[in-house]
Write a protein of this length. Structure first.
Length: 246
């Protein structure tokens, strides 16, 4: 990938909010923001992968000072164009390693974005970076899917997740390396276009070990933002790790 914005350059950024419309539903955003505001508890919030501001903007409207880190200038430009976007501080860089000034009560990485780091080493570095930014007692929050390997019959490595007359989308899994990719085929004006974005899927227990290496401990794990219990049938989780106060 030669684009300085990574896989979220101008073309993706221009359609991002529309293509992720389900995640912009007020019921989802309000519940998420309510929990993050509670964890901030009057302190500052750091969003890793701030993107177009889906969470940062409403969180800031709740009175929480928000700073973001993002590699994609194109995505951040969409944030800046929105009402209140110019008041949110953003540092351009890789959120696994980029440092910003000060400490935060809560750091968060949502909507599967931990998987945009495509090596285990980068994911471990991300936890350490988040922990280094937290004040004692602060929390690191991740929202991510549970790998859907149970949907793979023997010998199959592809899981489709969207099929329509003009658009097909599917994930490809490599269970030996935990590498995966989301692939999109779209028909535009009678011509097919293809796009692929690599990820690295990660298990809850693996994330807990990464947290431990960073000096964090698990505080909560839910099936989702409405705090349902996490079970063996959960297809996603919201996990909160805490930096010890002593």
């Amino acid at each position: 990938m030669d684009d300085e914005d990574g896989y979220f350059g101008e073309r993706v950024a221009a359609a991002y909010d529309e293509s992720s419309a389900d995640m912009f539903e007020p019921s989802i955003v309000d519940t998420t923001v309510g929990i993050l505001a509670g964890l901030a508890d009057g302190g500052r919030a750091l969003e890793l992968g701030i993107g177009t501001g889906r969470i940062a903007l409403p969180l800031a409207r709740r009175g929480v000072p928000v700073h973001g880190i993002d590699l994609s200038r194109a995505m951040v430009a969409r944030l800046r164009a929105k009402q209140g976007g110019d008041a949110i501080g953003v540092t351009i860089g890789d959120f696994a390693t980029t440092r910003v000034d000060g400490t935060f009560s809560v750091a968060y990485l949502l909507f599967n974005t931990i998987m945009n780091l495509t090596t285990q080493a980068a994911q471990v570095a991300c936890f350490r970076n988040a922990a280094d930014h937290l004040e004692p007692g602060g929390c690191f929050v991740i929202e991510v899917l549970v790998p859907e390997l149970r949907r793979l019959p023997a010998g199959q490595n592809v899981v489709p997740f969207h099929v329509s007359p003009t658009r097909w989308a599917f994930d490809i899994y490599d269970v030996a390396t935990q590498a995966t990719s989301s692939n999109y085929v779209e028909v535009v004006d009678g011509r097919g276009e293809y796009r692929s974005i690599p990820f690295r899927y990660v298990w809850p227990s693996e994330l807990d070990l990464m947290a431990q290496l960073a000096g964090l401990r698990l505080r909560e794990r839910w099936d989702g933002w409405t705090r349902e219990p996490f079970t063996s049938e959960s297809r996603q989780h919201v996990s909160i790790w805490e930096k010890p106060a002593d």
